[in-house]
Each structure stands twice: as C-alpha cells, then as structure tokens.
Design a protein around this ligand. Structure first.
Ligand code: ADP
Ligand code: MG
Length: 266
C-alpha cells in the first residue's frame, strides 16, 4: 500500500556482545519522508541503519524494509556507509565509480550494458555532475567526491537513500548544498540522513530521530532545547568535538545552538 511504512521496527533490541547498542526501538518511516538521524558518538546511529538494511539481525524484535524482510529489499536501497571515501590514487573516472553502483544485485562484474550506462548518467545528472563524468576522481573537489558517492548510491535506482554522515570533512557551504540536493532527491525518494549536526540539519528535514541506545522521533518543529539536552546532556559542544575537521563556521553554529538552548549552562 502506498501509505504503508517503507521501514518498520518493532521492539528492536540489538547487542554486539555486551550491553545493547539499540534497545526496544519502535519506528515507522513513511514513503518519501526526509528524516535526520542524530545522536552522540556511539549512540547507535550506524547500527540502526545496518539493522534496517538487514546487515545486522536484531537480538529481539522485528525489522521490515519495503514490506518484507530487509535482506530481500536491500537492493532497492542506496546506502552510503559511514567513512565512505574515494581513494584519489585509483585511476578511475567519475563514471567508473558510479557504474560500480550497478554491480550489486547479482549483476556480474564485467562489461556494463547500455542500460547500466544510461542509469549511471541519470544518477550523475541528478547530482549535477554529468559534465564531469570523464574526469579522474583525483581532479574533484571534496564536495564533488561526495556527490559522486551519492550518484553511486543512486545508480541502483533505489526507492530509499540512506546516507551515514555524508558531510564529514566538508565545509559548511558544501554541506548546505548537499542537503539542498538531498531535499531535491526527496521529491521521489525516501531519504534517511545520519548527521551530527542536529541544529543545522533540522532546517531541511521533516523529522528528527534521536538515537542514544533508545530512539525517539520528533517532528522538526518540536526539536527544542529540552530535546537536545535530553540527547546530549549538558555539553552540546561534544558534538563539535567529535569533528576533528570542524571549521570555525561549524564551531560557531554549535556554540550558537548551545547558548540559545542552554542559557547559563556554561
Ligand atoms: P554511532 O553511529 O551513533 O556513532 P554505532 O552504531 O557505530 O554508533 O555504535 C553503537 C555502539 O555499538 C557503540 O558503543 C559502539 O562502540 C558499538 N559498536 C559498533 N560497532 C561495533 C562492532 N562491530 N562490534 C562491537 N561493538 C560495536
Ligand atoms: Mg556511526
């Protein structure tokens, strides 16, 4: 059904070895939502995505993806894992990278067909890089590399896009452009975006899911100082400290959020 959730977690608990990384999570994502997943380092954000994709199996509870078991639907999801990077030493072009997104789903490695090339070009057009398709990846800017990775995730013609901290190491302007691109893609795709940056990202999304072992979903309009304090404790700036490459703008942004939401907690 059109309005059935595309992702559904029921009472999901997951532990790697010891204490649960995710505990009693209930969540439903509707078609064409644009959701930000936020929370402190180690809070379980990446684990949550892997549970949704069936890359991890819940210790208890159930996960459904696009109406069935996650393993059956994983190919219909474009996934950009955390720390995805293009190694500029590889002598490949933008198009080569995006074509790799066609390899999942049982396709054999080997000559790509015309349909693969057409879909890869469409993905490049979606991210505004079609003109650079023959360029070697070492000649791209940081933002263009991130767009190439997003195009690779789009090349499987997904219904859902899941991006795990895609803006790490980008400056604020490029980060903002990337969110604008995701908002555009959200016109036809469900988008889940893991971000450290609750104050900034909440301008772009309709819901914010806070993950810190347990999960709580909030409408963006309800993301108040109380919510943020509940999530990060009193030191919202630890979010910034998790970014070794954070710049002045980023620091200023968090500092602003901190003062705004927690007057007198310095
Ligand atoms: P986040 O993405 O929010 O930073 P993670 O989902 O990566 O959080 O991690 C959640 C918790 O699970 C952390 O305590 C982390 O140390 C632990 N963890 C993550 N991956 C593994 C793993 N492969 N083996 C054991 N523990 C893990
Ligand atoms: Mg993570």
């Amino acid at each position: 059904m059109e309005h059935d959730p595309v992702i559904e977690l029921r009472n999901v608990t997951f532990a790697y070895d010891g204490a649960p990384a995710i505990e009693r999570a209930d969540l439903a994502i509707r078609p064409r939502e644009f959701v930000a997943i936020v929370g402190p380092n180690g809070g379980g954000k990446s684990t949550l995505l892997k549970l949704m994709l069936g890359l991890l199996q819940p210790t208890c509870g159930s996960v459904r993806l696009l109406g069935g078991p996650p393993s059956a639907a994983r190919r219909r999801v474009g996934y950009m894992p955390q720390h995805s990077q293009l190694d500029p030493r590889f002598p490949v072009t933008v198009m080569d990278v995006v074509l790799m997104g066609r390899l999942q789903g049982g396709l054999q490695f080997g000559p790509y067909g015309p349909a693969d090339r057409r879909t890869a070009r469409e993905a490049l057009r979606d991210v505004g890089l079609e003109a650079l398709r023959s360029r070697p990846i070492h000649a791209l800017s940081g933002g263009q590399r991130q767009r190439t990775l997003i195009a690779r995730a789009l090349a499987c013609e997904p219904e859902i896009l899941m991006l795990d901290e895609p803006t790490a190491n980008l400056d604020m302007q490029v980060e903002e452009q990337l969110y604008a691109l995701l908002k555009e893609l959200n016109r036809r795709l469900t988008v889940l975006l893991v971000s450290h940056d609750v104050g900034f990202v909440s301008q772009f999304v309709s819901r914010v899911i806070c993950v810190n072992r347990t999960i709580q979903a909030h409408l963006t309009s309800d993301v108040t100082g109380e919510v943020i304090r509940g999530l990060y404790g009193h030191d919202v700036r630890m979010v910034h400290h998790g970014h070794p490459h954070g710049d002045e703008h980023r620091a200023g942004r968090h500092a602003h959020g901190h003062h705004h939401h927690h007057p007198g907690t310095e």
